[in-house]
Design a protein. Structure first.
Ligand SMILES: [Zn+2]
Ligand SMILES: [Zn+2]
Length: 179
């Protein structure tokens, strides 16, 4: 997605485009899925720099941190950049991010490529510990059974709460047989 700065020289330039990002290329975990990102942008000239603002809409699916079930989310995020134009010098077009001002990009050659910024915004939108639901019970570490469905047979060391319940059951059973 390359935007020519000249297209906004006299009046704001608006555009809409779809960006396909490859999750593997972004270094995302296997199991992360993304729909193409719908970008609606506007570039305006605020002499001497340009202001670029865009809205990104897409859908993401990430595996639950505990049970690996897909957690889907409808995403709607904003991207704002200050584009500083550097006079065209000999050599290839380039763009450079300001390390201290991450929202500022300096471009040479009159063209700004938005794809790296879209990719970054998408990465920022991914949850670090997604959960299918707050109380997700997760998978059994030994047999892989989904504890959301029910407890598995291989739990050798029962949860202390289960032990307490079992003790209580034994006691109440004992009381029952007394009668
Ligand atoms: Zn889960
Ligand atoms: Zn198990």
């Amino acid at each position: 997605m390359k935007i020519r700065l000249d297209s906004a020289r006299f009046e704001p330039f608006r555009w809409q485009e779809t960006v396909r990002l490859d999750p593997a290329e972004l270094g995302l975990d296997e199991g992360v899925a993304l729909t193409p990102v719908e970008v609606r942008g506007m570039l305006s000239f605020a002499s001497p720099d340009f202001l670029l603002s865009a809205r990104l809409s897409y859908r993401q699916s990430v595996p639950c941190d505990r049970c690996l079930a897909p957690v889907e989310e409808e995403m709607e995020t904003a991207l704002d950049l200050i584009v500083v134009e550097r006079p065209r010098a000999a050599g290839a077009a380039a763009q450079e991010r300001d390390e201290e001002e991450p929202a500022t990009v300096t471009v040479t050659g009159g063209v700004v490529d938005l794809v790296p910024f879209v990719a970054e915004q998408v990465q920022l939108g991914l949850p670090t510990h997604p959960l299918c639901r707050e109380e997700c019970a997760g998978l059994c570490p030994s047999c892989g059974a989904n504890w959301n469905v029910g407890p598995c047979a291989c739990q050798r060391e029962p949860d202390p709460r289960w032990a307490a319940l079992a003790a209580w059951r034994e006691k109440s059973d004992g009381r029952g047989s007394d009668r």
